[in-house]
Design a protein around this ligand. Structure first.
Ligand SMILES: Cc1cc2nc3c(=O)[nH]c(=O)nc-3n(C[C@H](O)[C@H](O)[C@H](O)COP(=O)(O)OP(=O)(O)OC[C@H]3O[C@@H](n4cnc5c(N)ncnc54)[C@H](O)[C@@H]3O)c2cc1C
Length: 434
């Protein structure tokens, strides 16, 4: 097992990552070992170093820190989501709890950005939940009513208004919500890496192979060396099940996205010089598409069961073609070579959309499984799992614990069969909105 990512993510400034790389080069003993240096692991390490100033904290990642999903996402820091089954009155209570977590997540990221003076192209421009089919009007209205009941400002927009805002005729209806932020995920994660304090030792390209608990310590094996730790926090998200963590409650999905080059003046003019915007699909497998503040367009329209550790160049090119078709539908005048970068990333899903935040055994903790919305909740869970692992309590922990736990998943091969069937069905339903 190895995690090999493509090096073509449009967000990551690979030149900026030439900082010295430290890989595990000897056996170690520590008080806390955090596995996975994405949003969750970095937030856990940062917070833990404040709470446990005199403890020895080690953070490891199988690749460069932050270069997993945390840099590769679409950059929507959401306050509300639509496609998770909460579109009816009946589920209002559950939905309330869900958005409460999203909003705590936003608060946590906002505080980090303020404390560390982070520039990550933060834009509180809201977002559109949109569809190219007018028959989704009912779903849009139901969602809008729920948002209104929960005091989230929103309004319904139709084709002409959307054309003026987004520069495309493609969408017929959308719910616009004022809340939610667009940001550059790689800039955010880089600032979290830079914010790591002295008492956290980071080892990159350091893949954990195995772990075993003995009385008062946990023995972890890597390629050539071992780490013995008193406490461990698993923050490997899409790779939790590979390490045997909550195996029957989460599974990985591989997503791919592409980003265009910067639109030239003529192209930008032709679509009406829109301001930065972000569209999420009303239909679950529809495309996520956004225009960045520097006039690039990002599209993500695939989600599949695939080896989470690796996607080869040929597979990536096939996905890039799907992204191109998605762009062409929305912006027919775009030339064929407009896509500049294409990449894949892994998310962690549960059967019922719930996240994982748990002590799974004495001294063993896990936070993850954000079902594709992890920028805010991942940062929140990272900080809060640091409190929990050091036997502290917080109001946020009680709110997190009050949420539904992930549901039990069937064993293989039934699980994969079920997931594939569901994805296939959702692709058919999403149809033209992909
Ligand atoms: C294409 C895409 C678009 C997305 N869009 C959005 C969005 O718009 N908004 C949003 O909120 N969320 C989005 N997400 C989801 C979001 O990126 C994740 O929820 C979030 O990054 C999870 O952070 P994390 O730190 O828990 O996991 P990750 O960032 O995945 O970090 C886990 C780390 O663990 C490491 N690791 C795994 N196994 C091992 C091991 N054995 N040993 C050592 N290290 C290991 C990995 O290398 C990785 O760096 C998107 C994800 C993708 C892929």
């Amino acid at each position: 097992m190895e995690i090999i990512n493509d090096t073509s993510c449009g967000w990551i400034d690979y030149n900026n990552r030439k900082s010295k790389l430290k890989t595990l080069n000897k056996n170690l003993k520590c008080d806390y070992l955090i596995v996975g240096a994405g949003l969750t692991g970095l937030s856990a390490a940062r917070k833990l170093s404040e709470i446990e100033k005199n403890k020895n904290i080690v953070l490891v990642d199988a690749q460069r820190a932050g270069e997993g999903a945390s840099s590769r996402n679409s950059g929507y820091l959401v306050d509300t989501t639509l496609n998770d089954g909460f579109t009816s009155e009946r589920n209002l209570k559950n939905y309330k709890k869900k958005v409460q977590l999203y909003n705590l997540g936003i608060k946590t990221v906002k505080k980090f950005i303020k404390d560390y003076q982070v520039d990550c192209d933060w834009n509180e421009c809201g977002k559109y939940f949109a569809s190219s089919k007018l028959k989704d009007e009912r779903k849009a209205n139901e969602f809008s009513n729920i948002l209104t009941k929960l005091n989230y400002k929103n309004n319904i927009l139709y084709q002409n208004e959307l054309k003026a805002k987004l520069g495309t005729n493609f969408y017929k209806i959308a719910v616009y919500t004022n809340g939610g932020i667009l940001l550059n995920p790689a800039k955010l994660i880089l600032s979290m890496i830079k914010a790591l304090p002295e008492n956290v030792k980071l080892y990159e390209n350091t893949l954990m192979l195995n772990w075993k608990k003995f009385n008062n310590s946990i023995d972890c094996s890597f390629k050539n060396f071992n780490i013995k730790t008193k406490k461990i926090i698993f923050c490997t998200n899409g790779f939790l099940s590979q390490l045997g963590i909550k195996k029957r409650y989460n599974f990985p999905l591989t997503l791919t996205a592409s980003m265009t080059r910067r639109l030239n003046d003529e192209e930008f003019e032709a679509i009406g010089r829109p301001k930065e915007w972000g569209v999420l699909p009303i239909r679950p497998m529809g495309a996520t598409i956004r225009m960045t503040k520097d006039r690039k367009i990002l599209i993500r329209n695939t989600a599949e069961l695939k080896n989470p550790s690796f996607m080869n160049g040929l597979d990536l090119n096939k996905r890039a073609l799907l992204h191109y078709f998605g762009l062409k539908k929305r912006f027919p005048s775009f030339p064929k070579n407009i896509i500049k970068s294409t990449w894949s990333g892994v998310v962690c899903r549960s059967g019922n959309g719930s996240q994982i935040f748990e002590k799974i055994d004495d001294n063993i903790f896990v936070a993850g499984c954000y079902n594709g919305s992890g920028i805010g909740v991942g940062t929140l869970f990272g900080e809060q799992i640091a409190f929990m692992s050091s036997n502290q309590f917080s109001e946020e922990i009680s709110i997190i614990k009050d949420k539904k736990k992930p549901s039990w998943l069937p064993p293989q091969p039934f699980l994969n069969m079920g997931i594939n069937l569901r994805l296939f069905y959702e692709r058919i339903i999403a149809n033209s909105d992909i």
